[in-house]
Design a protein around this ligand. Structure first.
Ligand code: FAD
Length: 290
């Protein structure tokens, strides 16, 4: 197996174009598991670990540009204020070792329906920046990035350069149900983001459909009800009935399956509970900030 180790982003794209059989490897926390279990035996590995551009993050015009190779540990340390939902999700990933190595770019590359970065990226309205040597960079909204179970919208000659995430304009929450507290694949997960600047609500559902997805109808319902009751202005208490109705709509947006981790019925139920709780916590945070 060839081990290709470019030292710059331009070289990485060139290698990607020349060797379509090469599997990119960032932190390796998914790729190495596949190799160890003989699920893949690629002709080459394209190591992105020496590409400095991928490890950078920056802010511009209210957006955070998060290099694909930024680890969960660095998100927790440096971005908890700007990207609170993603930081909360990052804290639940694996173990300290996995959080040191694992990257959001790798989570997007694997595109598992259970990947923890996806719900907060969807809730925040993130955009994936992909690039190829031949066609340059393009931006793919997270809602269009996940195309099937462990499938994404990348072309064979593309790499993920970064993910662009709007810096939080309001409170965000992330909840995950697993069979234990750490080192666990989510049975179901939910993220929400309040966007008081545009009176909108964002959501992301994990582990309860073939792909991570938003609960668009639930978002519109809640934002509209908050508007109708004047709550965006008054910052009054969130009615329990409204939080519950939101949770039911989130659960209805899922298409879960029965598997070894949980039943479809449990996944739906847990989503309704998580969504109700998460939105209540987020709303209470918004009231405190007023
Ligand atoms: C013990 C253990 C516990 C875990 N716990 C969790 C958990 O709690 N939550 C969770 O979500 N995940 C978990 N994972 C899975 C894994 O850690 C995450 O999916 C992580 O985000 C992968 O990142 P990575 O950098 O290690 O990716 P890698 O393994 O290096 O790559 C993953 C995939 O992305 C592709 N890729 C990587 N970078 C790029 C790029 N820039 N452009 C294009 N393709 C790219 C690779 O080719 C590969 O297909 C766990 C894994 C282990 C081994």
């Amino acid at each position: 197996m060839d081990f290709l180790q470019p030292r710059s982003w331009a070289d990485a794209l060139a290698v990607r174009a020349e060797r379509p059989d090469a599997v990119p490897i960032a932190g390796g926390t998914d790729v190495m598991v596949d190799l160890n279990f003989d699920r893949r035996r690629p002709g080459a590995l394209l190591d992105l670990g020496r590409v400095p551009e991928l490890r950078e993050w920056s802010t511009e015009d209210g957006w955070v540009r998060l290099g694909a190779g930024v680890s969960y540990a660095r998100i927790i340390d440096g971005l908890a204020t700007r990207l609170p939902g993603l930081a909360m999700a990052s804290r639940t990933v694996g173990s300290p070792q996995i959080r040191m190595r694992g990257t959001v770019g790798g989570n997007l590359g694997s595109a598992s329906p259970a990947g923890d970065a996806h719900p907060p990226l969807l809730a925040a309205g993130a955009v994936v920046e992909a690039e190829s040597a031949a066609r340059g960079a393009r931006r793919i909204p997270a809602t269009e990035f996940y195309t099937g179970v462990k499938r994404n919208a990348l072309e064979p000659d593309e790499l993920i350069a970064a993910v662009l995430v709007p810096a939080a304009s309001g409170p965000q929450q992330f909840c995950k149900v697993g069979t234990r507290n750490a080192m666990v694949i989510a049975v179901s997960a939910f993220a929400c983001a309040l966007h008081p600047d545009r009176r909108a609500v964002g959501t992301g559902i994990g582990s309860a459909a073939p792909t991570p997805r938003r609960a668009a109808e639930a978002e519109e319902f809640l934002a509209g009800e908050l508007d109708a009751a004047g709550l965006w202005n008054s910052r009054g208490e969130l009615p329990e009935s409204l939080a519950r109705a939101f949770g039911e709509r989130v659960a209805a947006a899922a298409s879960p399956i029965d598997d070894v981790r949980g039943s479809a019925a449990y996944r739906r139920h847990s989503l309704a509970v998580m969504a109700r709780r998460a939105v209540t916590w987020a709303w209470n945070d918004l009231r405190k900030a007023a």
